[in-house]
Design a protein around this ligand. Structure first.
Ligand code: GLV
Length: 324
């Protein structure tokens, strides 16, 4: 059948994903939509006028602008800061990854490190290396205050699990929110009270102009150090640009922080000469706290494309003015 219209039917799918999962995403998309319909960058060829949907993760800036009939972009992750920094980003809806699997994985990371701090595991690791059998006072979780910055889908899920473990959980968000069982503070005006109460600070904030550099020395000094956790601790599984690495080191060295578990960094991969790698009270992981199962992510893309094709609104779209 020859198409009469000069505008091709734009229903092909472009995949441009950096990282270890790129091949798997490609084969899952081909299996779901048929190989004919899937074009994989950098072998996608030109022109890209038949592309209706783009699945992007750390894709080159300017690429979506080369797809004149694009209907939607799927960000293959929760944080869309890399995508939103594209100066030529077309005005189509952008869908971010929101799924229970993703929330559960980040929650695993958060619960792991909250418990590591709470149960003084670093200290016991050191003792084991020296064959020292010595128990330290161990408060119950109900005596320890955990504060979560960022109360979206992931933050609320993590809050619920930490509460189920018995911790005293508070939250801070940009705008007022009601989360059952959680004491929620909001906005610049609510930040100091939230920090003064928090011993273990969990950051799940997106990178936006408002959050850039927020986790700095001045903020870390406001955390509660004399509580049952035995010192203030920081967990960041949000975005690296929210933290100031040198200030985290300074806070550890002056005692404002007792420990830090960091999955994200302003520069990734974390440069080999960063002192964070070797600091005895820092745990570094390679930005994998929220690695969602590729099968689930692509199923979710397919579900949303089906919505789009039925004329239904896309879910979990990004508000560009807000930045997430
Ligand atoms: C991971 O960092 C994500 O944004 O999903």
């Amino acid at each position: 059948m020859t198409r009469q219209s000069s505008v091709p039917q734009a229903d092909a799918i472009l995949l441009a994903a950096g990282g270890a999962q790129a091949e798997l995403y490609a084969s899952l998309l081909r299996a779901r939509f048929g190989a004919q319909r899937v074009r994989v960058w950098p072998h996608a060829g030109e022109p890209l006028s038949d592309i209706g949907y783009a699945c992007l993760w750390n894709a080159p800036h300017g690429l979506p602008a080369r797809c004149p009939h694009l209907k939607a972009i799927f960000n293959l992750g929760a944080g869309a800061d890399h995508l939103l920094a594209d100066p030529e980003l077309p005005g189509v809806p952008i869908v971010r990854a929101v799924h229970r699997d993703l929330s559960m994985r980040v929650t695993e990371y958060v619960a792991l490190h909250v418990l590591m701090f709470h149960r003084r595991q670093r200290r016991y690791d050191e003792q084991q290396r020296a064959a020292v059998w010595q128990a330290h006072a161990q408060p119950g979780a109900g005596e320890v205050a955990v504060g979560i910055m960022g109360l979206g889908h992931i933050g609320q899920h993590a809050a619920g699990v930490l509460r189920a473990l018995g911790f005293r959980v508070a939250g801070w968000s940009r705008t007022p929110k009601r989360v059952p069982g959680i004491d929620v503070h909001h906005g610049a005006g609510g930040l100091d009270a939230f920090l003064a109460h928090t011993e273990i600070l969990v950051c799940l904030l997106p990178a936006t102009p408002q959050t850039e550099g927020l986790l700095n020395l001045a903020l870390l000094r406001k955390l509660r150090r004399d509580g049952a956790a035995g010192g203030a601790c920081l967990i960041n599984a949000g975005r690296g640009r929210v933290q100031v690495d040198a200030d985290i080191i300074a806070a550890l060295d002056e005692g404002a922080l007792a420990g830090a578990a960091l999955d994200v960094f302003p520069v990734e991969p974390l440069p080999a000469d960063s002192p964070l790698w070797r600091h005895p009270r820092v745990t570094v992981t390679p930005h994998n706290a929220g690695d969602i199962a590729p099968e689930i992510l692509i199923e979710e893309v397919a579900r949303q494309i089906a919505r789009c094709e039925r004329g239904l609104p896309l879910e979990y779209t990004i508000d560009r003015a807000r930045g997430y």
